[in-house]
Design a protein around this ligand. Structure first.
Ligand SMILES: [Zn+2]
Ligand SMILES: [Zn+2]
Length: 190
C-alpha cells in the first residue's frame, strides 16, 4: 500500500474511532511504527489529529481551529452539537452550522473526494457523514436551518427516532438530493 493510500485510510479510521494506537496501526498495515509516525506527520501538521502517548486522537470539534466560527454557507453561528465538518482535498476544514448546510455544501464539492464528519443526534459521537443515516421532516425542531436534517450513525436509531417523532430516513446520497430538491421547491437560496 502506498503511503498516500495508508494516510487516507488512517484518516478514515481516526474519523471513525477518534482514538488509535500506533502499535495497532503498525500491525494493521504491516509496516513499522516508524513508518506510521511518518504517515501521521502531515495529519498532525494539518491539525486533524494530535499525538497522545503511544497513539493518536482526533481533535475535538472545539479544538479544531476552524476557519471561522460561522457557517460556511449561511453565516449562522456554529453549535458544536450540530456542526457538520468538511475536510477538503487540501485538508482545510470547512464548518457548516448543521447537517442541512453541510449536505448542501458537500454537494457543491461533488467532483471532489470530500470527507465529512457530523454528530450523531442521539449519541453525540463523531460520525462519518457518508456512512450516516439522515432524518428529515421530523417534529423535533432544533432551530437551525430548514428543511432540517438530523444525522444518526445507525439506521436502527434513525428509524426508532422517526417512529417517535415522525419523518423520513435516508442514506447520505439520497439525503443530499432530498435537501436540494426541497430547497429548489421552496425558495431560492441566499
Ligand atoms: Zn448554515
Ligand atoms: Zn443550520
Amino acid at each position: 500500500m502506498l503511503p498516500i493510500a495508508r494516510q487516507h485510510r488512517i484518516k478514515e479510521l481516526i474519523l471513525e474511532k477518534e482514538n488509535l494506537k500506533i502499535s495497532e496501526l503498525s500491525k494493521a498495515f504491516g509496516v513499522s511504527e516508524m513508518t506510521i509516525h511518518r504517515d501521521l506527520k502531515p495529519l498532525v501538521d494539518e491539525g486533524i489529529i494530535v499525538k497522545t502517548f503511544g497513539g493518536i486522537s482526533l481533535l475535538h470539534k472545539q479544538q479544531v481551529k476552524a476557519n471561522s466560527d460561522v457557517c460556511i454557507l449561511c453565516s449562522r453561528g456554529i453549535h458544536v452539537k450540530m456542526a457538520y465538518r468538511l475536510i477538503l482535498p487540501n485538508n482545510d476544514i470547512e464548518v457548516a452550522c448543521c447537517v442541512h448546510c453541510g449536505l448542501l455544501r458537500h454537494q457543491q464539492w461533488k467532483e471532489e473526494n470530500i470527507q465529512a464528519i457530523c454528530q450523531d443526534f442521539i449519541r453525540q459521537t463523531t460520525i462519518s457523514a457518508t456512512k450516516s443515516w439522515f432524518v428529515t421532516d421530523t417534529s423535533v425542531d432544533m432551530g437551525c436551518c430548514q428543511p432540517q436534517v438530523l444525522a444518526f450513525e445507525w439506521e436502527e436509531h434513525a428509524y426508532k427516532f422517526v417512529k417517535g417523532f415522525g419523518g423520513h430516513v435516508y442514506p447520505f446520497q439520497e439525503a443530499m438530493n432530498v435537501v436540494l430538491n426541497k430547497m429548489n421547491d421552496h425558495c431560492s437560496q441566499k
